[in-house]
Design a binder for this molecule. Structure first.
Ligand SMILES: NC(=O)c1ccc[n+]([C@@H]2O[C@H](COP(=O)([O-])OP(=O)(O)OC[C@H]3O[C@@H](n4cnc5c(N)ncnc54)[C@H](O)[C@@H]3O)[C@@H](O)[C@H]2O)c1
Ligand SMILES: O=c1ccn([C@@H]2O[C@H](COP(=O)(O)OP(=O)(O)O[C@H]3OC[C@@H](O)[C@H](O)[C@H]3O)[C@@H](O)[C@H]2O)c(=O)[nH]1
Length: 314
């Protein structure tokens, strides 16, 4: 099987590549423009005969022969996707069109990593796939939220019109080793702050919730979806729900009990609650997450300690 992973130099993508490369029948090609990803995440595969890395921006067409496409390319941290919103929406819309065009030309199956952000600031809790969402179409997050919604529409239109085999995963907040240290997302921020001895910045009001999935569970869910018979959309996430204050308290307890928690201003349109209903993933994919937050955080701490050069004191 020849598999293309767009965005494969990023956080989730590089873990997905590790897993796909375990199967000796797979050849893996990564296409990435390194906006938020890095070659470092793939260094153990560079030079491997079954692996290829291409510097490529998905807003440009790509002409290669593949059997499957995992289409992840898109900045995921709000700081980075808001940095150049026009580019973010081009990546989601033109990038997905290009990858669908490729899938159509070569007859490949394509999986899109959509997001829980398609539910916006949800009025239904937890969120099932049948919920249409509550998204501000002109807000500062819409380049990402609406971009992913259009990407989902394009996937279904190509499926209905051209018979392309599609899979859509709606990913909920995922964390783990290899996240950019200054990625800006909450788990990486808190761990980096705790290790640097800086206050944990909880954005107000601190009662907003998220549900955090460890990256190995996520990769397992994505591969099951690709290999299974259902188009989705399927929520993939961990239903364990925490307020941001609870998350800060947990990081403080596990990593640095002396650290301060500081309340700071939030950004516009921050969703107030988020938790996946994963009934569909359980039923259709036989999938559910295994790693609890308290077990996943120390694994991420270890990786951040080695990259920041902060050894553990006994
Ligand atoms: N991590 C999460 O919590 C989460 C949640 C929901 C959805 N997702 C989705 O999963 C995917 C991966 O997220 P991640 O957390 O690994 O983020 P990431 O930022 O670490 O990875 C994204 C990768 O895409 C690349 N990229 C960005 N724009 C590109 C372009 N135009 N052309 C080629 N490559 C480009 C980046 O360089 C990077 O390597 C994204 O599609 C994201 O929307 C992630
Ligand atoms: O330092 C911080 C950073 C963030 N936060 C809060 O933590 C919560 C989560 O924020 P993050 O930036 O980690 O991520 P968000 O949940 O807002 O968005 C994410 O959603 C799903 C994916 O598509 C993306 O990975 C990303 O868009 C927010 O309520 C935010 O206000 C803090 O309290 N402190």
């Amino acid at each position: 099987m020849r598999i293309l992973v767009t965005g494969g130099a990023g956080f989730i993508g590089s873990h997905l590549v590790d897993k796909l490369m375990e199967n000796e029948k797979n050849e893996v090609i990564v296409a990435d423009n390194y906006f938020t990803g890095s070659k470092d995440n793939l260094k153990k595969w560079i030079g491997h005969p079954r692996f290829e890395l291409i510097r490529h921006d998905v807003t440009e067409p790509l002409l290669i022969e593949v059997d499957q496409i995992y289409h992840l390319a898109c900045p995921a941290s709000p700081i980075f996707y808001k940095y150049n919103p026009v580019k973010t929406i081009k990546t989601n819309v033109i990038g997905t069109l290009n990858m669908l065009g490729l899938a159509k030309r070569v007859g490949a199956r394509i999986l899109l990593t959509s997001t829980s952000e398609v539910y916006g600031d949800p009025l239904i809790h937890p969120q099932p796939e049948t919920y249409w969402g509550n998204v501000n179409p002109i807000g500062v997050r819409s380049c990402y939220d609406e971009g992913k919604r259009v990407a989902e529409t394009l996937m279904f239109d190509y499926h209905r019109q051209h018979g392309i085999q599609i899979r859509i995963a709606r990913i909920f907040n995922t964390y783990g080793p290899r996240m950019n240290i200054d990625d800006g997302r909450v788990v990486s921020n808190f761990i980096a702050q705790a290790l640097r001895g800086e206050p944990l910045t909880v954005q107000k009001p601190g009662t907003q919730t998220r549900s955090f999935c460890y990256v190995s569970d996520m990769v397992d869910g994505l591969i099951r979806l690709m290999e299974g018979e259902n188009t989705g959309p399927v929520n993939i996430g961990n239903p364990g729900e925490f307020t941001m204050l609870e998350l800060a308290e947990t990081v403080k307890e596990l990593i640095n009990p002396e650290i301060e928690i500081k309340m700071v201003e939030n950004t516009p349109d921050d969703p107030r609650q988020r938790k996946p209903d994963i009934s569909k993933a359980k039923e259709l994919l036989g999938w559910e997450p295994k790693v609890k937050l308290r077990d996943g955080l120390p694994l991420m701490e270890e990786d951040f300690r080695s990259r920041l050069g902060v050894p553990k004191r006994n």
